[in-house]
Design a protein around this ligand. Structure first.
Ligand SMILES: [Zn+2]
Ligand SMILES: [Zn+2]
Length: 268
């Protein structure tokens, strides 16, 4: 039986003879259903029509998809001595991309910022012997393909290693998560935010939205909560949600300035 992927958002669904009736990620007010109506690709169609590209993004190995698919997800790989942590995910797996991750030391865990980047986490886990997939449990309603490798963690933080810490900020999603990599940026620290804190196009500021495509801002309370989670962390770079959408240097000050600008902008 085929496995189905939503063409609009890249969410993967369990194998079934007929495609699912709808996609809860796209039906949610933070996303939107394809203007042509809900459409699906089988795993085979997806891998015939697209390929994964593996390349560096500001010093971190990354995996993206070409031609562009869904919301243009790209994964990053945080390398540690005992294997990589994949941060965020792409909607499919290829043998070449698996070989690329093997060349970097293999995969020991997958962690995802929020449901828009769940993609093919189950396939990636299986490609590496069932490594754990850390998804915040508060967003379990958006897990479109349940899988035994998924670890629905709870609370406000989950440590993967001495240097890799997941922190729940909330905001864009109830379980929205960022990753703090203490050893990143040559020991100055790095923050991997997905679009929980969105690197703006100037790459010198951030924004914080409940929905990006539907232009629904977060309120000041939610943004201050994100700021409070980030306040104790040391970091000099921020890696955003897409290729090149990163803050290269002085990122702590960029973050603080962006929070002040945002809260001032939405104040009555
Ligand atoms: Zn969808
Ligand atoms: Zn999102």
């Amino acid at each position: 039986m085929p496995s189905w992927t939503c063409e609009q958002c890249g969410a993967q669904f369990p194998e079934s003879a007929a495609p699912p009736a709808s996609c809860p990620v796209c039906e949610d007010e933070r996303q939107y259903v394809n203007w042509k109506g809900q459409t699906w690709l089988t795993r085979e169609q997806l891998t015939q029509q697209h390929r994964l590209v593996c390349r560096d993004d500001l010093g971190l190995p990354g995996i993206g998809i070409e031609p562009r698919f869904a919301i243009g997800q790209r994964a990053l790989l945080v390398r540690e001595a005992d294997g990589c942590v994949m941060w965020d995910c792409v909607p499919m797996v290829t043998g070449e991309a698996v070989d690329y991750v093997r060349s970097l030391g293999g995969l020991k865990a997958i962690a995802v910022s929020h449901p828009h980047f769940y993609g093919a986490v189950a396939d990636w886990s299986e490609a590496f012997g069932g490594v754990p997939v850390y998804l915040h449990g508060d967003d379990r309603a958006f897990v479109t393909r349940p899988h035994p490798a998924i670890v629905p963690w709870s609370g406000d933080s989950h440590r993967i290693s001495d240097d890799v810490l997941l922190l729940r900020t909330g905001g864009h999603f109830a379980g929205a998560t960022i990753l703090h990599w203490r050893a990143g940026t040559n020991g100055q620290g790095a923050l991997l935010t997905g679009d929980i804190a969105m690197v703006a196009m100037d790459r010198r500021s951030l924004s914080f939205m409940y929905s990006y495509p539907n232009y629904i801002p977060l309120n000041a309370t939610a943004v201050r909560r994100i700021a409070n989670v980030v306040a104790p962390l040391a970091f000099d770079r921020i890696y955003g949600a897409w290729w090149g959408r990163n803050v290269d240097g002085d990122a702590k000050a960029v973050f603080d300035r962006s929070v002040r600008r945002y809260v001032a902008a939405i104040a009555g």
